[in-house]
Ligand binder design. Structure first.
Ligand SMILES: CC(C)(COP(=O)(O)OP(=O)(O)OC[C@H]1O[C@@H](n2cnc3c(N)ncnc32)[C@H](O)[C@@H]1OP(=O)(O)O)[C@@H](O)C(=O)NCCC(=O)NCCSC(=O)CCC(=O)c1ccccc1C(=O)O
Length: 280
């Protein structure tokens, strides 16, 4: 019922063909990936995660796309985490009976995507769904949003980004409270502790999110890309440095100096770097 209250902000092009668990849309340089399992508050099963990963990859490699929105269908939940009804004894069961924890791969994919990823949260962002919104670069929350972890209640925990990155966001004491007590926090509390960027009325959620996306689309894609990698590097150890350094290498490849090295090799001559200055 709540979904009709969220005013659409764009004339979305439907790219959902071939997907079962998600809806995938694009418009005006923005991609929107929507978990579409509202009957279970958008809990994810292995297929959901695989499809989100596929869509995220598509958005990353689509040169028309500059910003990606992650959200949930129905207005009552962003995502309630792993689907406990398909949880087997060593992960979440797919149709072949194989057990997965593939949301961890999706977390890293969001983290390393060189384009900003924005969580648009209405309703519950719980468990692994809460970790997904935390991993997004920005979170725009509706007034009905509810945040929290349930792992210690349901026999699970996320000791990766779900613990350490949460502590970076809200501090060690608060992160321990969130995980140890498994309380639920409303949107205002989440804003107060730095878990989200802003809170808006539910009907304004997409309008506000798209406005933030449009503002980012006005800015330099390379600067945003390097800033995301730099902010990640502060937390992500050698993997973060690799990501940041990869951008430096890309920029070097784009320079005349970098291209002189390649050209010399291809032309079977000695490289001539003499015209490139040694900057102070
Ligand atoms: C979100 C709730 C608090 C909402 O409560 P309420 O409004 O009363 O609605 P309900 O009646 O409970 O729910 C409606 C309907 O949805 C079903 N449902 C809700 N959540 C899930 C879910 N996660 N899985 C399956 N089904 C769900 C619910 O059963 C109802 O359907 P019925 O047909 O009526 O039964 C509340 O719903 C709630 O607390 N939900 C569970 C939240 C939860 O515990 N999530 C899992 C947390 S663990 C996790 O996400 C781990 C993720 C992961 O992959 C991982 C990552 C990294 C390391 C480890 C792991 C790991 O898995 O261990």
């Amino acid at each position: 019922m709540n979904d009709v209250l969220i005013k659409p902000a764009l004339d979305w092009q439907d790219c959902s063909d071939g997907y079962e668990d998600i809806l995938y849309h694009k418009a005006e340089g923005i991609a929107r990936i929507m978990i579409n399992r509202p009957r279970v508050h958008n809990a994810f099963r292995p297929l959901t995660v695989m499809e989100m990963s596929k869509a995220l990859s598509d958005a990353r490699y689509d040169s028309e796309i500059g910003v990606i929105i992650l959200t949930g269908a129905g207005g009552k939940a962003f995502c309630s985490g792993g689907d406990q009804k398909v949880r087997g004894d060593s992960g979440y069961r797919d149709d072949q009976g194989v057990h997965h924890l593939n949301v961890l791969d999706l977390q890293r994919q969001i983290r390393t995507c060189p384009k900003p990823v924005v969580a648009m949260v209405a309703g519950y962002a719980i468990g692994g769904g809460h970790v997904l919104h935390m991993l997004c670069d920005l979170t725009i929350a509706a007034e009905n949003a509810v945040f929290g972890q349930t792992g210690p209640k349901v026999g699970s925990f996320d000791g990766g980004y779900g613990a350490s990155y949460m502590a970076r966001l809200v501090g060690q004491k608060k992160a321990r409270e969130i995980w140890f007590l498994c309380r639920q926090y409303d949107a205002q509390a989440a804003l107060d502790m730095g878990l989200v960027n802003t809170v808006v009325p539910l009907e304004q959620l997409e309008l506000e999110t798209v406005q933030w996306c449009r503002e980012m689309l006005q800015n330099s894609p390379m600067a945003l890309r390097c800033l995301k990698a730099a902010l990640n590097a502060d937390c992500d150890g050698q993997a973060g440095l690799q990501e940041l350094a990869g951008n430096a290498t890309m920029l070097f490849y784009m320079s005349e100096e970098g291209q002189e090295g390649r050209n010399a090799f291809v032309e079977k001559r000695a490289p001539d770097f003499s015209k490139f200055g040694r900057n102070p």
